[in-house]
Design a protein around this ligand. Structure first.
Ligand code: AMP
Length: 282
């Protein structure tokens, strides 16, 4: 069947409940789709009768107006990709229906949103959890798919789903990378050719720290400093943060890594803020 593109909440609900016996997987996105998004769609296709994708550049999760303004948008190209994957339903809502006049509700997860991305992007996660809660309410999917690229987002959404008893499973999918290791991101297309080359420094730092860990370096501080030093060799890079944290609580590890660690970072390449992460474990 052809991919249906709808804008209104009423249309999503009509499609979703046309046959209540079918299971639905939902892939929430902000569009400007790439292979990372499509990997989530493919995973959703495997485990559900129907797959829905939302495309919504959610203004409330942007903490910088310029970031929202320059965020890439290309609905026609996105639709062509999703048709190619056999997606059943695409919801491309209007801001005015998601946040109508008089809108006043926020869904917020308190503790794990104070660290890492939450610390450096004030208000970001309240925007994320509020929109994702609304998407879940509208779509009522059986499963929802998120990328490990946004590792903290996965943890925050899982916490919200547990706390509010949303009736669905959250599925985390691995990071999809370019051939040179750069994590795929819609923001990558905003990089100049020179910046695109410089951007590989994030993955190189993660990889080099992983090698050090495998060779026996357990000190969180040593691994953190190692990544920072490597990133600073790239003149176009400016560090926002580099972290070696407990993968469950997301708090910084003091002393040695005992079993596992989440290495994560946000680094500006020119004006573009990129994030990446990997998990270490023995
Ligand atoms: P976004 O459109 O950036 O909000 O991303 C939508 C979903 O795709 C989120 O769950 C992201 O974590 C996921 N995603 C984005 N980039 C990648 C990637 N390179 N690999 C895997 N998942 C990704």
């Amino acid at each position: 069947m052809a991919t249906q593109l709808v804008t209104t909440i009423a249309d999503v609900r009509r499609q979703r409940w046309a046959d209540p016996n079918l299971t639905w997987g939902l892939v929430p996105t902000m569009g400007a789709l790439h292979e990372g998004h499509l990997s989530l769609v493919r995973e959703a296709k495997k485990h559900n009768d129907r797959v829905g994708v939302s495309i919504f550049v959610n203004p409330t999760q942007f903490n910088e107006a310029s970031d929202l303004e320059k965020y890439p948008r290309n609905l026609d190209a996105d639709m062509a990709l999703l048709e190619g994957e056999g997606v059943d339903l695409v919801w491309h809502p209007q801001v005015a229906e998601v946040y109508p006049d008089g809108y006043q509700t926020t869904v917020a997860v308190n503790e794990i949103t104070k660290l890492l991305e939450g610390e450096h992007r004030p208000g970001h996660f309240a925007g994320v959890t509020t929109i994702v809660a609304k998407l879940f309410n509208v779509f009522q999917p059986n499963r929802a798919y998120f990328g490990q690229k946004d590792a903290q987002q996965v943890a925050v959404i899982k916490q919200m789903v547990r706390d509010l008893a949303f009736n669905l499973d959250v599925v985390a999918c691995p990071i999809v990378r370019e051939a040179d290791g750069l994590a795929m991101s819609s923001r990558n297309m905003l990089l100049t050719a020179e910046e695109r080359e410089a951007a590989t420094v994030l993955f190189q730092a993660l990889q080099s720290a992983t090698t050090q860990f495998q060779m026996g370096e357990n000190s969180a501080e040593a691994l953190c400093n190692h990544m920072k030093e490597l990133i600073l060799t790239e003149p176009l890079a400016r560090i926002d943060y580099v972290s070696v944290a407990n993968p469950v609580t997301l708090t910084e590890i003091e002393g040695d890594i005992v079993t596992s660690a989440l290495l994560s970072m946000a680094v500006y390449i020119g004006q573009i803020r990129l994030i990446d992460n990997t998990t270490l474990g023995r």
